[in-house]
Design a protein around this ligand. Structure first.
Ligand code: FES
Length: 174
């Protein structure tokens, strides 16, 4: 099974090899390499963790411990847009739970899950250092602050609309 996966992802594993080669001597290289691996594969299945573990000669338990500890890593396939709801103290006090609940209701999934169309994944995160904007969410790289639950449908709709336009564009091209 592992060999088959590697064959199907040959190009991705070659990219990962280059990343490992580049970062392996640097301090904090495991996190850096795992970040890059996640960018390459979209998530970090156990096969990829095991590959990194072999290449770096680090126990798989250590690699898996890092992947499980940091919320930025995911072992499951993610949606095109990852929504991170900050649950740090400032955001919590300003109502991030209500924000999370509204997102869950709008998308009909719970925290940690991905929508069936693979568009959105909902996650919670610790403080992202933007407490002055609490409550805060991020969608991929973009930060949304000073939110109220009523802002959520409009924000989500922007992504749904953008995605529909992109899909139509692809159809027209085809
Ligand atoms: S607590 Fe949410 S950004 Fe700091």
């Amino acid at each position: 099974m592992e060999i088959e996966i590697k064959k199907n992802n040959k190009e991705k594993y070659m990219q990962l090899d280059r990343v490992i080669e580049r970062y392996k001597q640097q301090e904090g290289m495991l996190i850096r390499i795992l970040q890059k691996a996640q960018e390459i594969f979209g998530h970090l299945p156990i096969e990829v963790q095991s590959y990194v573990s072999d290449r770096l000669d680090i126990p798989i338990s250590t690699v898996n411990g890092v992947v499980s500890f940091y919320s930025l890593f995911s072992e499951e396939p993610q949606g095109k847009y990852t929504i991170n709801v900050c649950m740090g103290t400032a955001c919590y006090v300003k109502g991030s739970q209500e924000i999370l609940k509204t997102i869950e209701e709008e998308l009909h999934i719970r925290e940690g899950e991905t929508t069936l169309d693979k568009l959105f994944t909902i996650k919670v995160t610790r403080c992202i250092g933007a407490c002055g904007l609490a409550p805060v969410i991020t969608i991929n790289e973009k930060v949304y602050g000073r939110l109220s639950p009523s802002d959520i449908p409009g924000i989500l709709h922007t992504y749904i609309k953008t995605n529909k336009k992109a899909a139509i564009g692809e159809e027209v091209k085809a």
